[in-house]
Ligand binder design. Structure first.
Ligand SMILES: NC(=O)c1ccc[n+]([C@@H]2O[C@H](COP(=O)([O-])OP(=O)(O)OC[C@H]3O[C@@H](n4cnc5c(N)ncnc54)[C@H](OP(=O)(O)O)[C@@H]3O)[C@@H](O)[C@H]2O)c1
Length: 276
């Protein structure tokens, strides 16, 4: 398997339906090199992502080893009727079937990160979660995925997985609420263990907080857009940033966060904005 890059930004492909291929291509043209999807037809059109990636590689826009491709295994309760596996098979078989179908959709031999979309319940891990993780570890051992990750995870679940897994998660992908200190506890655990924290809904989960007068004053002083300031904050706070914008200008704007830096005070202010 080739070495893969670790981009600062990941382009999220949820909810794009028939526009998935076009928007994924647009994102690659804008400069995104990380792509996040899932074999969950209810919210993602993984085959559309694969078509865009294949075309971009075929055109010479990118090479496979310049891309970070991430997809997910999703339990039946998160799916609609378009399942990527036999619902009557055991969990390990479902993981293998879902993964094989992902490779077909994405038209690649291997991926960079395979993510458990979410544990089977809100707290604690059950035997099915461990069975699924073990099947994911086998894919990792076979060189089919470079890393494993987990999404929508609570701290107790992450601690348990960290303790019990033979192949530990390299990524955590969570919705990042400012009112929870931007997922402060999980981020601290990740930082401590060397896990890369991927934040999503950085804008949409924090609409009220981004109206806060202190944040507005920061925006006025720095002369960047609120989105750029949030993403710059996320970068300086050590996150890998997910954005699923459908707008070409926003794509460029999101990636353009290197011409300025937030002070430590600015970072602290944003980190606490939901708690003031
Ligand atoms: N693991 C999970 O369970 C899970 C759940 C949800 C999402 N995700 C992943 O995270 C990705 C991102 O999802 P998200 O929830 O963060 O929301 P999103 O799909 O990125 O939506 C961002 C929203 O903010 C708007 N926006 C306005 N200005 C923007 C700017 N400058 N840059 C970016 N967006 C701007 C966008 O509108 P425009 O389109 O007009 O820019 C869009 O409506 C998904 O595609 C998916 O890959 C994972």
């Amino acid at each position: 398997m080739t070495e893969s890059i670790m981009p600062e930004f990941i382009y999220g492909t949820a909810w794009k339906e028939e526009d998935t291929e076009r928007l994924t291509r647009l994102a690659l043209e804008a400069g995104f090199r990380g792509i996040d999807t899932a074999n969950q037809r209810r919210h993602y059109f993984e085959a559309g992502v694969g078509a865009a990636v294949a075309q971009a590689i075929g055109d010479g826009l990118v090479q496979r080893d310049q891309l970070f491709l991430q997809t997910k295994f999703t339990y039946k309760h998160g799916q609609d009727h378009r399942l990527p596996y036999d619902p009557n098979a055991n969990a390990a078989t479902q993981v293998r079937q879902s993964f094989a179908s992902s490779l077909e959709h994405l038209r690649v031999e291997s991926i960079d990160s395979y993510v458990l979309h979410g544990p089977s319940r809100r707290h604690g891990l059950d035997s099915t979660d461990h069975e699924v993780w073990h099947a994911m570890e086998e894919l990792h051992a076979a060189g089919k995925t470079r890393f494993l990750g987990i999404s929508n995870v609570a701290l107790d679940q992450l601690e348990e997985l960290w303790t019990r897994a033979a192949v530990r998660p390299a990524f955590v992908q969570n919705r990042c609420f400012a009112r929870l200190g931007w997922d402060r506890q999980i981020r601290a655990f990740c930082r401590d263990k060397g896990i890369v924290y991927q934040g999503f809904s950085l804008l949409t989960a924090n609409v009220n907080e981004l109206q806060h007068p202190q944040f507005r004053r920061l925006v006025d002083r720095i002369h960047k857009t609120p989105a750029q300031i949030v993403f710059r904050f996320a970068l300086q706070a050590g996150m890998q940033i997910l954005t699923g914008t459908t707008d070409a200008d926003h794509m460029r704007e999101d990636l353009d966060i290197h011409g300025f830096e937030l002070t430590d005070d600015d970072v602290r202010l944003i980190e606490n904005i939901g708690q003031t």
